[in-house]
Design a protein around this ligand. Structure first.
Ligand code: ADP
Ligand code: MG
Length: 363
C-alpha cells in the first residue's frame, strides 16, 4: 500500500497497477450514484493517494475549507499508518515481527496493540480463515511487498512446510500490554484488515472534527456516516469481472462496505491466475470465489470478514458469517453464481439481474 499525494503516477502501486481502470470506474460509479442525476451535486469530494490506493472522501453539509482541512489530515494520517503497518518495510509492524520471532515477551507497540487484539478476536471467530499471522506465506508468494507480484508460484514443498508450522493468533499471548509468541512461525501481516482499521480511525477523526455526514472510500472499500442531505448515501458495488458497477445499495447511518476480490493483486503463470488471498489450510490462493462483499458497521470487522468469507467459499460462508456477526453478504463464486442472504437481497439493486442467484437461509 504505497502512497503519493494527489493524482500522481501509480506505476509502482501494485493495487493500482493491476486494477486502476476498474477502481476508477468504481469511484466514478460512486460519484454518479451520489449525484443521483442532480445538476450540481451538493456533496464535496476530495481525493488523494494513500493506503496503496486512491482514497476519496465525500462530505455533505460542510464548507469547502473544512473539507479541505479534514482531507489533508486524513491524508497525513493514512500515509503514516501505511508506512508503519507494513510488514516488509522498517516500521512498527516489522519491529513487532522481529521480536515475536525471538519467543520472548516484549511491550507491544501502543498504536498497534488494539489492532492486534481486534485482529486476533476476528481470526478466532473466523475459525482461522482470516489469519493475520501467515505473513511468511504471504511473503513467499510475493504478495507482501509494494512491488507487483510476478510469480512463478513457490515450490509446493516450501508451502507445505510453512502450512505445517500452523501459525495462529492462538500462539500469541497478549498480557498487560506485552506480546509473546510461542510459535516461531508467527509473522503478522495486517493486509486484510489495515485498510478497514485505517478507515475506522479516519471516521473517528472526522467525528472529532464535528463532521457527521461523510464517506471515506479507499479503492472501493468504504465506511459511510450520516446521510447525503435528505436521503441516505447510495453507493455502487463493483463488478469483479468488468469495469462497471454490479449493484447499488443504500446505506444506513453508519455502515461499511468491503469487498475482497481475486482481481486486486495477482499474477498469471502457466495459464493460471494466482491471487493474494491465501487459504491458510493449504497455502494456496483460495479458488472457489471471485469476490465477496460484506456490509457491517465497523470497517475493520467488514474487512476481516470479506477476507474470511472469500476463503470459506460458497459452501461454508454462512456459518463463518454468523460466527463473525455479519448480517449482509454478497458472494460471486468461480462459476458466476451469486450467493446472498435474504436481508442482503432486500437491500441491493442490481444493474443487470444475475442469471443465477442462490439465496441462503437468513443469517
Ligand atoms: P484487499 O484489501 O486487497 O481487497 P483483503 O482485505 O482480502 O484484500 O486482504 C488481502 C491481503 O491480506 C493479502 O494481500 C495478504 O497481505 C493478506 N492475506 C492473504 N490471505 C489472508 C488470510 N487468509 N488471512 C489474513 N490475511 C490474508
Ligand atoms: Mg479484508
Amino acid at each position: 500500500m504505497p502512497s503519493a499525494s494527489g493524482w500522481q503516477s501509480d506505476k509502482e502501486d501494485p493495487v493500482l497497477a493491476s486494477a486502476s481502470s476498474a477502481r476508477i470506474g468504481l469511484l466514478l460509479g460512486l460519484l454518479l450514484l451520489a449525484g443521483c442525476g442532480q445538476p450540481a451535486d451538493p456533496a464535496r469530494h476530495r481525493q488523494f493517494f494513500a493506503l496503496g490506493t486512491l482514497v476519496e472522501v465525500t462530505y455533505y453539509g460542510i464548507g469547502s475549507d473544512v473539507a479541505e482541512q479534514a482531507s489533508q489530515e486524513l491524508e497525513q494520517m493514512f500515509l503514516r499508518m501505511h508506512a508503519e503497518w507494513h510488514a516488509w518495510q522498517p516500521g512498527r509492524l516489522q519491529d513487532t515481527n522481529r521480536r515475536l520471532a525471538t519467543g520472548d515477551a516484549f511491550p507491544a507497540d501502543p498504536e498497534l496493540l488494539p489492532l492486534f487484539e481486534k485482529a486476533n478476536r476476528l481470526s478466532i471467530l473466523s475459525d482461522g480463515l482470516f489469519n493475520p499471522t501467515i505473513g511468511k506465506l504471504v511473503s513467499i508468494w510475493g504478495f507482501h511487498s509494494d512491488e507487483r507480484p510476478a510469480g512463478p508460484p513457490p515450490d509446493n514443498s516450501a508451502l507445505t512446510a510453512l502450512v505445517s508450522q500452523q501459525p495462529s493468533v492462538t500462539d500469541v499471548a497478549i498480557n498487560d500490554g506485552y506480546l509473546r509468541s510461542s510459535n516461531p512461525a508467527v509473522r503478522y501481516d495486517l493486509g486484510a484488515v489495515a485498510k478497514g482499521h485505517a478507515i475506522d480511525q479516519g471516521i473517528g477523526r472526522l467525528r472529532e472534527l464535528g463532521i457527521h455526514n461523510a464517506i471515506i472510500n479507499a479503492g472501493g472499500d468504504l465506511r459511510a456516516i450520516g446521510r447525503h442531505g435528505d436521503r441516505p448515501w447510495r453507493i455502487g458495488i463493483r463488478d469483479p469481472r468488468g469495469p462497471g458497477v454490479l449493484a447499488a445499495i443504500e446505506l444506513g447511518d453508519d455502515e461499511s462496505v468491503f469487498t475482497s476480490g481475486d482481481y486486486e493483486r495477482f499474477f498469471d503463470h502457466g495459464g493460471r491466475r494466482y491471487h493474494h488471498i491465501i487459504d491458510p489450510r493449504t497455502g494456496y490462493p483460495a479458488d472457489t470465489v471471485t469476490s465477496v462483499t460484506v456490509v457491517h458497521t465497523d470497517a475493520t470487522t467488514a474487512d476481516a470478514a470479506a477476507t474470511a468469507l472469500f476463503v470459506a467459499g460458497p459452501e461454508h460462508w454462512h456459518a463463518i458469517a454468523r460466527r463473525m456477526g455479519i448480517r449482509y453478504v454478497l458472494m460471486i463464486d468461480a462459476n458466476g453464481t451469486v450467493h446472498m442472504n435474504p436481508a442482503m437481497q432486500k437491500r441491493i439493486s442490481f444493474d443487470t439481474e444475475p442469471a443465477d442467484i442462490r439465496l441462503s437461509t437468513p443469517l
